[in-house]
Design a binder for this molecule. Structure first.
Ligand code: IFM
Length: 477
């Protein structure tokens, strides 16, 4: 018999009862500096790896860059007013490292920090809890030139930068996440090369992943020492990984991809060790000689919360001899040592990113982290979908995105019902923005952005989300 507390197996829900979230549930929306700020050279900001990458021919669709993006740097007070109108309880943003510490080392840039001081003041003035992410992929270019995340010293530079931001904003920001989605920084940035800095070396990707986590641990220690009252965490992007069939070979493919996608980060951060099977799978790629005594203790420095970004599920199958797997992630080195695993599509509804819509995967993910790793409070720090939007008579009726949110919020509620200490949910994204290698061709926002005029139009999903926040839950459908 099917479990009535669970959403259906795949796709969006077309009916559901009214549900209420626990009191104090933190309703928010998220963005990231390079995706919305623009003002790439304003006030002493210097290039990050994403400036360099996006300005390199052939790296982003249409040659799009974050030079202007949503011009949030100049429109910030209006954007915060919009957040207040939507009733957001919290806003998750990231600090641009090269804006506040140009070059990635040395003194702080007062003008850059001032932008974030004003942002935080504006948020607090509107009763919106600021949630600060220190690193959402914009490594200062000189640090990349010195070796980037595969180089150990970058972790120490990151801790210095964290200290500098804590000194400036620690008195007013309670919630801090160190890294956003280190898997993407490491494996898309240094493995497949689909993201900045565009390098393609599996061993570098593994080293980058380790040094990102080391930087995270060092930053947590620095933040904890200067702000003992802060709520500290990390945001990881997790996927349930399911074998395409019940064959042992497919099960093994799923185990391998799960190790690289999920356990590579969860185990060191929450258990203080790398999974043995992961190390064995990567034996042809690296001997893990970059891991020094004491690193894993630093990486597993205790946290106050875990942020989880959830979008979809991976369904995988064993390699077929003589057949190349599809270039799904612009392989080959996005999955070092497991390049030949096949990513299978199931023919279920997908978003404009071609990501399968799978709300039950959110329940599975949250339950797994709680069951297998930690009792810490969990937050969905990103969840959302890209769809093609059309403006008709000045309105955007994004029913597909609204349905995506609805089904995933029902999944989040089911997870709470199953005992998961889920304390908040951040929609990705507040507004349409620069979707990395996809440029401005993919829209994830609840607020439509006309990139020519910079006019913002709250879509149907934004008005719906405002109502969800107001009633702290969902109406019956
Ligand atoms: O836009 C990104 C975000 O920067 C990180 N998480 C996934 C989103 C959608 O791809």
């Amino acid at each position: 018999m099917s479990d009535p507390t669970r959403p259906p197996a795949v796709g969006v829900l077309d009916q559901g009862p009214a549900i209420t979230f626990p009191p104090g549930f933190l309703w928010g929306a998220a963005t990231a500096a390079y995706q919305i700020e623009g003002a790439a050279t304003a006030g002493g900001r210097t290039p990050s790896i994403w400036d360099t990458f996006s300005h390199t021919e052939g790296r982003t669709v249409g040659g799009h860059t974050g030079d202007v993006a949503c011009d949030h740097f100049h429109r910030m007070p209006d954007d915060v007013r919009l957040m207040a109108e939507l009733g957001l309880k919290s806003y998750r943003f990231s600090v641009s490292w090269p804006r506040v510490q140009p070059g990635g080392s040395g003194a702080a840039n007062a003008e850059g920090l001032d932008f974030y001081r004003r942002l935080v003041d504006e948020l607090l003035g509107h009763g919106i809890e600021p949630w600060l992410t220190l690193y959402h992929w914009d490594l200062p270019q000189p640090l990349e030139d010195a070796g980037g995340w595969p180089a150990r010293d970058t972790a120490a530079r990151f801790a210095d930068y964290a200290q500098l931001v804590a000194d400036a904003l620690g008195d007013r920001v309670r919630y801090w996440t160190t890294l956003n989605e280190p898997w993407c920084s490491a494996f898309l940035g240094y493995g497949s090369g689909a993201h900045a800095p565009g390098r393609t070396d599996g061993a570098d990707a593994v080293r980058a992943g380790h040094h990102l986590m080391l930087g995270h641990g060092l930053a947590v220690q620095a933040l904890r020492a200067s702000r003992p009252d802060a709520q500290l965490g990390i945001t990881v992007n997790l996927y349930p990984v399911t074998p395409a069939t019940d064959s042992p070979a497919d099960a093994d493919a799923a185990r391998r991809i799960d190790a690289l996608a999920n356990r590579f980060f969860l185990d060191p951060v929450l258990r203080g060790s790398y999974p043995a099977d992961l190390q064995a799978d990567l034996a042809s790629v690296t001997d893990f000689g970059h891991v020094r005594d004491g690193d894993l203790e630093i990486i597993s420095t205790p946290l106050d919360l875990v942020g989880i970004n959830y979008y979809s599920r991976h369904v995988v199958a064993a390699p077929v001899e003589g057949e190349q797997p599809e270039a799904y992630w612009r392989a080959p080195t996005c999955w070092p040592g497991s390049e030949d695993v096949r990513f299978v599509t199931r023919g279920v509804p997908v978003t404009d990113m071609d990501w399968e819509i799978d709300a039950p995967g959110l329940v599975e993910t949250l339950e797994r982290v709680h069951r297998d790793y930690t009792d810490l409070p969990l937050y969905v720090t990103e969840n959302g979908s890209a769809f093609v939007d059309t403006v008709v008579d000045g309105q955007v009726d994004d029913t597909d995105r609204l349905a995506y949110f609805d089904s995933h919020l029902r999944a989040a509620h089911a997870a709470i019902g199953a005992g998961v200490p889920l304390r908040g949910y951040f929609a990705w994204s507040l507004m349409d923005n620069f979707e990395w290698a996809w440029g401005y061709t993919k829209r994830f926002g609840m607020v439509y952005v006309d990139y020519d005029s910079q006019v913002r139009i709250p879509k149907s999903s934004a008005r719906w989300y405002a109502e969800v926040i107001r009633r702290n839950g969902l109406a019956a459908q």
